[in-house]
Design a protein around this ligand. Sequence first.
Ligand code: UD1
Ligand code: CA
Length: 456
Amino acid sequence: MNKAVILAGGQGKRMKADMPKPLFKVLGEPMLEWVISACEGSGISDICVIKGFKGEMIDEYLGGRYTTALQAERLGTGHAVMQAIPFLKEDTDGNTLVLCGDAPFIDAETIRESLMLHKQNGNAVTVITAELDDPFGYGRIIRTKGGISGIVEQKDATDEQKAIREVNSGAYWFNTADLIDLLGKITNDNAQNEYYLTDTISLAIAEGKNAGAYKSENADIIKGANDRKDLLELNTYARMAVIDKHLANGVEFTCTDGVIIERDVEISAGSEILPNTILRRGTKIGSGCKIGPFSVVENCTVGDNVVMNTAQAYDSVIEDGVTIGPYVHIRPDSTIRSNAHIGDFVEIKNSSIGEKTAIAHLAYIGDSDLGKKVNIGAGAVTVNFDGVEKSRCTIGDYSFVGSNTSLIAPIKLGKGVYTAAGTTVTRNVPDYALAIDRGELKVNEGYTLRKMNKKK
Ligand code: UD1
Ligand code: CA
């Protein structure tokens, strides 16, 4: 069976952070996750991640999803792969893919195609390469008439070799049994006194085995991050690539400033995304929607023809024709049914809001179930928390909750209930009743004048 080893032992000193570099995020996901999903996308799920610097953070992130091996000292890429030998020995029949955890754009297609070449040529090792305008810092591929003869690192290269533009991506296919054999032969006899994984190429050839290179047409697959500026570049690149995909699918953008759309977000044709809008993982948006400006949507299912302006919504369902905003916060586990209207300065949490219900301004609805065509007046709040326990409010269809009503949960309002403005409702109200709680209004005539005269 084919498997993968992902190198994630490096610190990335130039990131200036106490975190392993592969955990830095591109479009909201750690670079390591991008690499893992390329493996999974090409059908490889038997993965060993090599951890080193702050390895416990890698374990914590992976949560037991994959095998990990610790590289206690950082003695080079070859030494890193040596830590995976027990994992490799579990099954030596197939091939092993080695990838860098800090080069997120390797893709499933490149992995599959390079494996085809690797198998066709019966290679012990096949390195994935790309041609760069500026190859500085990368290992250079030494080509011969028949194939390749080795890889030379920047620090070990002659001037002539430095002029070579074809570079090592840091990704390779190995025959697993050959890899185990070759790892035993690597030495640290080079400019950096490191065990170079790249030496496996010349070692394989010296043993009469085949070594080859798969050159990717897409040089972006080798992009990695050494410092924060690189990371920003990776984010910019990924951000625009995702937006390009949505443009091709018929999504409208007049201006993409501040628009960040994570990889797995789905948007149907005919929707428009306005500036400063962040669409996070798990979000699906239907057609004919206008999302933004200044909005954040995370893990929500949004129907067709939804308008969302200056709003944030998390872990919720928003059905067709709903209008939201400006200045609205939809907190997790809410369902906003079709054609409801959620207006300005409204917070909704763990609640279901019925069809065509209107909460037009300045309200808090928490832990509540509202029927259809309910009207919630300005300043109405569900009082769902008594300091110890959260309780639910239920409001029946067609009810009218007057401005500044406080509904003390747990409480149930029937169908067609009215509450008078300013009422504090402390017990259940039956269908079609009015709840009114109001002291007698006193009007003290001439009060202001008397008060002012006294002060004089
Ligand atoms: C390596 C390659 C170089 C290639 C480049 C692509 C070697 C000797 N050189 O160089 O040919 O062009 O990658 O980016 O392999 N790592 C460990 N433990 C270690 C050393 C590295 O886990 O002891 C990990 C790093 O975290 C990183 C990856 O291996 O994910 C590559 O290491 P890095 O130091 O960036 O290798 P380069 O010197 O850039
Ligand atoms: Ca590197």
